[in-house]
Each structure stands twice: as C-alpha cells, then as structure tokens.
Design a protein around this ligand. Structure first.
Ligand code: CP
Length: 311
C-alpha cells in the first residue's frame, strides 16, 4: 500500500503489522530520548481543512520523532481563503515534492480523489463522515494492550453514528479482527443501511451496552447536522449520555473510550470520563502518536523515489 485512505480493504495481517509496529513506538515514546531517524530527509505536510487537536499534533510529533520534516498548512492563512480549490492546493503542495500529505477534509471521498492526483503517499486524517483510519487503529491498539486481543470482544459504539467517520472505521476494523460490534443510538442518528455492515442495532443504552467489554462513546457532531434534526442536549444526555448508572449494565471490567474532543454532560458524564481505572481516553491519545509513527514508518520511510516512479 502507498496510501492509507481507510480501514475498508485492509486485511487482518495488515492491521496486525501496523499494531505490532506501533508497539515498538509506544516503548520509544516513553523513553527520555524519543528520536529515531527512519524519516530523515523525508517531508510530511499536514493539510487540515477541518479543526483538530489530537490528529494534527500527533502526526506532527510522529513525523518529527522519526526524524522527518513536518510542515503544517493552516487553512485559515492559506490561499484556500482566496478561493483555491482542494485539488489546486494539493497539486501546488505536490509540486514541492513532499513524501506524504496528511489530509483532513469535510467531504467524504475528498481524500480519495486527492490521492489519485498526487505523487506522494496520502494519509486520511478524517474525511467527512466516511473514514478516520488512524483513529480506529489507535483505538484497536489501546484495546489490544488492555484486553490482550480483539477477537471475540463485544464492543458497543454509542451515539451519533450517522455523522461519525470514527464509527465507520471502527466497525470495519473490529469486524476484520473478529470482534462483535453493536451500535447504540436513536434512530435519527443512525445512517440508513448501516445494519448491512454486520452490526447489531440498539436504541436503548442499557440494553445496548449489556454485557459488553468496551463502551465507545461518540461526540454529538452538531456541526454536521445541517438543517436536520438536532436533539436537545438535556434529553440526549438523559437517554444516551454515559453515566455511572447506565454503565452498570456493561461487564464489571468494561472499559470506556471516546475519540475526543469530548462534550462533557452531552454524551459522557465527567465521573465516567475521568474514571482512572476504566477510562482509556488519555491512553487513546498516547497510542495515537505511536500508531501514526508506525504508519509513516511503513508508508514513507520505505519509499524509493516515488516522484521518479510516477512521472
Ligand atoms: N479524535 C480526533 O480526531 O480528534 P481531533 O479532531 O482533535 O483530531
């Protein structure tokens, strides 16, 4: 593979390879000296058309810790503000010979389109409500480290599935790895046809998370609810917010996840989010750097003159 556009299409050995490689970087990141050199001489450009804290920062750290040069394109100060299109912007950057473009965009499929045009590796950092593959990989690494395996686990993904690229990438990944996925959401926040992805559907939180190993909460993405039904926050929290009471339905050792950014009191209560024994939210962020190092290491450091090859 030259690009990472989604989890769909990856195999179990691909995912095992990425997670195993990430483990090496978890150990490296916990040392005082975090620097490696496999990306020396390589350039990574972060091109984010949507806001980000975790993904952009961790790709920057990942590239730098591997010894590469990382540039952050800020959309607010770029010529995108003057009306330059996504493809023109990408082709302009491509002409500067980067080795990888890390792209986040609000349109599903935008990253795929861009990958067909440029000479370098393209890594999807989230495209619309389609996929966010590095999030699913970091979630998988976090789960695997705590539970020892993914196969056979019961994972409940709860909340705004309709607008969630995180949910879609996680459904693909967990299914490939042999975990069972349940979706827990009001009917208005489930995309039509999602049951075809082989998931179990629930509209009641306590029934949906009953006996599960992992409760993965999703952010209510009101910014994507253009003109559609926006639930009242109070009502949403009452029925679909994860709190100590609802969590009792899950297994006693069930772990709590959230990709961030969290809306406390909307989809998750602080007592649950900050539970030091059961909440993996900070660990997910730590794993994010390691997973992105593994992806850059595999996709970028092993390239042989991609520019010449594709001319
Ligand atoms: N989880 C995630 O993608 O967070 P950011 O939007 O902060 O990158």
């Amino acid at each position: 593979h030259r690009h990472l556009l989604g989890i769909e299409g990856l195999t179990r050995p691909d995912i095992d390879l990425l997670l195993d490689r990430s483990e090496r970087f978890v150990a490296q990141n916990r040392q005082l000296d975090k620097k490696a050199s496999s990306l020396r001489g390589r350039t990574v450009i972060n091109l984010f058309f949507e806001n980000s804290t975790r993904t952009r920062t961790s790709f920057e750290l990942a590239g730098k810790r591997l010894g590469g040069d990382v540039i952050n394109m800020s959309v607010s100060t770029s010529s995108i503000k003057k009306g330059e299109s996504l493809i023109d912007t990408a082709m302009t950057l491509n002409a500067m010979h980067p080795d990888a473009l890390v792209v986040r965009h609000s349109e599903s499929g935008a990253v795929h389109l861009l990958a067909e045009k440029v000479n370098c590796s393209v890594i999807n950092a989230g495209d619309g409500s389609h996929e966010h593959p590095t999030q699913a990989l970091l979630d998988a690494l976090t789960i695997r480290r705590r539970k020892g395996h993914l196969e056979g686990l019961e994972v409940a993904i709860c909340g705004d599935v309709a607008h969630s690229r995180v949910a879609r990438s996680n459904i693909h990944l967990l299914s490939i790895m042999g975990a069972r996925v349940r979706l827990v959401a009001p009917p208005t926040l489930l995309p039509s046809g999602i049951e075809r992805m082989g998931v179990e559907i629930h509209h009641d939180m306590e029934r949906g998370i009953a006996g599960c190993d992992i409760v993965m909460m999703l952010r209510l993405q009101t910014e994507r609810m253009r003109g559609s039904f926006v639930p009242s926050v109070r009502e949403y929290f009452r029925y679909f917010g994860l709190d100590v009471d609802k969590l009792q339905a899950a297994k006693p050792d069930a772990l709590i996840m959230h990709p961030g950014p969290m809306n406390r009191g909307v989809e998750i209560d602080s007592l649950v989010a900050d539970d030091i024994d059961r909440s993996l939210i900070r660990e997910q962020v730590e794993m994010g750097v390691a997973v992105r190092m593994a992806i850059l290491d595999i996709l970028v450091s092993n390239q042989t003159e991609p520019w010449a090859k594709n001319q």
